[in-house]
Design a protein around this ligand. Sequence first.
Ligand code: KG4
Ligand code: ZN
Length: 320
Amino acid sequence: MNEESLLSNIIYSQNDIHRPFGGVVPELASRAHLQTLIPTIEAAFSDAGLRASEIEGISVTFGPGLIGALLVGVNMAKAMSFALDIPLLGVNHLEGHLFAIRLDHPEAEPPLVSLLVSGGHTLLVLIEQWGRYNVLGQTIDDAAGEAFDKVAKMLDLGYPGGPAIDLIAQNGDPGFHQFPRSWLEADRFDFSFSGLKTSVLNYIGSKHSDFVKSHVADIAASFQSAVADVLVGKTFKAANKFGLKRVALTGGVARNSHLRKRCMETAEESGFEIYLPQPEYCTDNAAMIGKAGLFHLSNGRRSDYSLEAIPNLKLDTVSR
Ligand code: KG4
Ligand code: ZN
């Protein structure tokens, strides 16, 4: 493989399809993948000014994720690999998120500590080398993004909830109400968000609806601040424990403006290097899967046509 540069990164958002249901409807997601995948690939080729015959390899995520969507993607990638006679590489979706920082920061070299916060996962990872990961902690209940989505629902902010909370919280007071911070035991790097979620629910239930309506921004900002405190606190604590001065933030929740600001401030105060992917590389995207795939393909790794879709794939099964 030659020098790397990103030629195109087309994102087909399904938000409009799932919005009326207030969350992802798996069957609709699979059907939308089936319908939009080829037009999206065509758009990527046209954007990049390439013909299919010019590509040298193809990577695809084979999990974790929704089975229907994964099956459509894996099958498409196999068909392209077969028809074009090019190597195929299955990428772990979580490893893809970790690689997102390399799109903007090719200089980001392990070892470093990365916080991966998405709709389905909250992982604190020690990247020992690219391809070798040590999971230091993870959520014992809800993922951070899930907590955002559920609290947004409680506040009637619509779908997807994370961006809605981020937006409205910009007009709110993060000190309006002190929601609990779940630190679990000292020196433990796991997370828990279900207590915070219940606390927001109880708080809303204990107030008059007019009061809640007039303080939605304040409640959103207070909730967001509680999440960010724990995420930032544990991430930097882990980096300190391992004597590392490099920290990264990835996954959909890494788009959150308050979380990004807190990370940048903490890094600056304590002399850390912080790697934040630009927003479109935080939420699911093809560029990060391509970046991880290219790394493994360049190192001679290949998948064969027995590659399966694995909905609950763990980070310890790296790309294959
Ligand atoms: O990484 P991602 O696109 O998909 C998964 O792999 O899960 O993450 C989606 C999650 C959703 O829960 C969404 O609400 C959250 O990322 N999210 C945000 C923001 N943008 C997306 N959460 C907080 N603030 C945001 N600005
Ligand atoms: Zn993701």
